[in-house]
Write a protein that binds this ligand. Structure first.
Ligand SMILES: Nc1ncnc2c1ncn2[C@@H]1O[C@H](COP(=O)(O)OP(=O)(O)OP(=O)(O)O)[C@@H](O)[C@H]1O
Ligand SMILES: [Mg+2]
Length: 280
């Protein structure tokens, strides 16, 4: 399953959620790929630490080769790197993405990530892909929305964030209509939740009233998250007993559980139908 973590609002927790969910899924025994599409490269730094400084092979090489006149274009596989967490791999970003953007747009390369990722996932047998995006709707975030099966939308409980969520929903509608009809909104991930304050809960209620799916548990605010970024080690790995790590564990379990339940449901339906009718 390929998930994109997107909200065009900056600082809402896209990178923290991408890396900690990816790390948690890997801890649960899955083979996971994190892809960093943000030229700020925070996911790359968070998952690779200092070794990111000397890394060879980034997602920018893949995009850059799309613009070259070589017959055999580079594959995404060449940019996969191991992290310190068993089972977790990363395709790092590069600041070079920024200057490639206009050329990629001019030459209509918007479907290329989706195509490359489709082959990569089946060839390399990844169970899950998490794509981190920049805080804007640009070529790279659009490519990710087209490549993904589902979107997780971080919400930081700020007063302006409700408006941002509705903007994301409009973007999702447009992506579905134009490029990726199967893109599913898996839900809104509440981040930096503070239960003592009134406003966050009111904002969450207003999202639920407008029919949006809000995932549980909520991720609370903790300085430990900042520390884990400074140490380049996802919190769920650095301090697995921390309250915020446990919330991540539960959220990952819910994401996996609901999918497995749905799969089992489909299988049961198929069994009821009989193999031919179920298309087996
Ligand atoms: N639950 C949390 N508690 C406390 N701090 C947090 C939490 N989640 C994220 N942060 C901090 O908030 C800041 C922004 O988080 P993050 O980088 O994950 O957001 P982002 O949406 O990826 O930002 P950008 O839009 O710049 O890419 C970081 O300093 C991070 O350490
Ligand atoms: Mg980020």
């Amino acid at each position: 399953m390929k998930r994109v973590i997107f909200n065009q609002k900056g600082g809402v927790g896209k990178t923290s959620i991408t890396c900690n969910l990816a790390a948690q899924f890997a801890k649960m025994g899955r083979k996971v790929l994190a892809i960093d599409l943000d030229p700020q490269a925070n996911t790359s730094q968070y998952l690779l630490g200092d070794s990111y400084n000397n890394v060879e092979g980034t997602v920018a090489d893949f995009f850059s080769e799309l613009l070259s006149f070589k017959i055999f274009k580079g594959s995404l596989a060449a940019a996969i790197h191991k992290t310190a967490i068993p089972g977790l791999f990363v395709i790092p970003s590069s600041k070079d993405l920024a200057e490639l953007q206009q050329k990629l747009e001019n030459r209509y390369k918007i479907m290329k990530l989706a195509q490359a990722l489709e082959s990569l996932v089946s060839e390399e047998h990844f169970d899950d892909v998490f794509i981190d995006t920049p805080p804007s709707l640009n070529f790279f975030s659009m490519s990710a929305l087209i490549a993904a099966d589902s979107i997780l939308i971080p919400f930081d409980c700020d007063a302006f964030s409700v408006k941002a969520i509705h903007q994301v929903m409009n973007i999702v509608d447009e992506v579905r209509e134009d490029h990726n009809p199967h893109l599913k909104v898996e839900g809104i991930v509440i981040n930096q939740f503070q239960s003592q304050a009134k406003l966050p809960q009111e904002s969450i209620n207003s999202l639920m009233q407008s029919g949006l799916s809000v995932l549980t548990p909520y991720l609370t605010h903790s300085v430990a998250m900042k520390e884990s970024h400074e140490k380049s080690m996802p919190l769920v790995f650095m301090r697995s007993n921390h309250k915020l790590s446990q919330q991540y564990q539960e959220l990952a379990g819910n994401l996996l559980g609901s999918r497995q339940k749905k799969k089992a449901g489909k299988r049961n339906q198929s069994l009821l139908k009989g193999p031919a009718e179920a298309g087996l």
